[in-house]
Design a binder for this molecule. Structure first.
Ligand code: FE2
Length: 427
């Protein structure tokens, strides 16, 4: 007896299967007899639809989300003006406001089938209101979203008097992951020392590590080298991630040929935030203008797990976004030129299973025994999902249907367009 059955869906690997759910776990994947299906609490007909494990965002800033225009828009469009604006906003934003904005965003996320998020939380201000707010959000969404919080010293670990102390306080309050921002420290030496410091803190506390690393156009910003070395020294492996890594775009190729094997040896993962970095980076360039994307395919060729992250939605750094990881992958595959069919399928896996690996999610997938969290998409396969970025017909979190939407049949026409177009060319 199943509580819920998703009938005849097409899985990302192309197989067609019935999925039987009991409680919060997947109890059957394969063929479920009609007589058994009849007794299920509910049957969702997913014939011809793509059924996938939920989307996962490995890099986000939930304390800043949905604040676009507060206290004013980012006129230069640069990372540094965004940081300055956020510095003003975090001093005037109340805990309740941040909680309300984040919960609104979590509703968007659920409707988009995005059920696991790693969010960096600014630990720089002594009041730590952002940490307090995000811990409350994590508590409230825990029944349906896996939310990991990174203690993130936005202003630098050493650049302010209490930067390091506040990061430790945030970890003591309950943040899950240790963060850092070496390229923002005062000197290259301070940056390298900050990487050694946060790697040691993560190792001593048995926590994961995820640092904003080399988010700059400076080809000499090479903290990822120190990160790889420290991950190897402490044996952190896949529990450590380097986020952004945009300087790798501009580095000397010979140097990169040494760097990539060091990263692979460490077992660290990498997160590229294409949607944001294509807009933030290269702002000081004339032409040719760099696009600020790290070397995604080149890392993958070395066996390094690389995820696509969203980073921002409507905040001081980015004015658009809608919690859609298919948008993120769509932008990523364009900027990274991953247009081969196998590469497009890889991009879909990057926003699902590879991001889940980066977060270390337990029970993620579509096997018997996995958490019953899945999404039914109005598309036939992963590549079509990327092309159409279609409606999520059903979103199921731990056995419960948390969002559903009437079928638009995106595959039959262009989404959002009428069935008939009453105009004639040249008529
Ligand atoms: Fe970020």
């Amino acid at each position: 007896m199943f509580d819920l059955v998703v009938k005849r869906g097409r899985l990302p690997d192309g197989k067609v299967a019935d999925i039987g759910i009991r409680g919060d776990r997947i109890a059957e994947v394969g063929r479920i007899e009609p007589s058994v299906m009849e007794q299920a609490g509910r049957v969702i007909d997913a014939s011809g639809d793509l059924v996938t494990p939920p989307f996962v965002d490995p890099h986000f800033h939930m304390d800043a989300t949905l604040s676009y225009g507060l206290p004013r828009v980012n006129a230069s469009g640069t990372l540094l003006e965004g940081i300055a604006l956020w510095g003003e906003l975090r001093e005037i934003a109340a805990v309740d406001e941040m909680v309300e904005r984040a919960l609104r965003y979590c509703d968007w996320a659920v409707s988009m089938g995005l059920l696991a998020i790693r969010s960096h939380v600014d630990t720089s201000p002594d009041h730590l209101r952002g940490v307090e707010a995000m811990l409350e959000v994590r508590r409230q969404v825990a029944p349906y979203i896996d939310l990991q919080l990174v203690a993130f010293p936005q202003d630098g670990l050493y650049r302010t008097r209490t930067g390091r102390e506040n990061l430790i306080r945030a970890l003591d309050m309950g943040c899950d992951v240790v963060g850092g921002i070496p390229h923002f420290e005062r000197t290259m030496a301070d940056g390298a020392e900050s990487v050694r410091d946060v790697a040691r803190i993560a190792a001593e506390r048995g926590l994961m590590l995820d640092i904003h690393c080399d988010e700059t156009d400076d080809p000499m910003s090479r903290h990822v080298e120190t990160l790889a070395a420290e991950v190897t020294r402490h044996g952190l492996g896949g529990r450590a991630a380097g986020s952004h890594l945009t300087s790798m775009h501009s580095m000397d190729n010979y140097y990169v040929s040494k760097l990539l094997p060091l990263m692979a040896e460490s077992g660290m993962t990498a997160i590229s935030n294409a949607l944001i970095n294509i807009t933030l980076q290269g702002r000081h360039d004339t032409f040719p203008k760099r696009r600020g994307l790290t070397r995604v395919r080149e890392m993958q060729a070395q066996g390094i797990t690389v995820g696509w992250g969203q980073d921002c939605v409507m905040d001081p750094w980015y004015s658009l976004g809608r919690a859609c990881m298919l948008d993120v992958a769509f932008m990523g595959l364009h900027v990274a030129q991953m247009t081969h069919p196998q590469e497009m399928e890889r991009c879909f896996r990057m926003v699902t299973e590879e991001n889940a690996r980066i977060l270390g999610l337990e029970g993620y997938g579509l096997k018997v025994g996995d958490k019953a969290s899945l999404v039914v998409l109005d598309a036939g396969d992963p590549t079509e999902a990327l092309r159409l970025r279609p409606d999520r017909l059903f979103v199921i979190s731990r056995g419960k249907v948390v969002a559903e939407r009437a079928r638009n049949d995106a595959r039959l026409g262009l989404p959002g367009r009428p069935d008939r177009v009453n105009c004639r060319r040249g008529g």
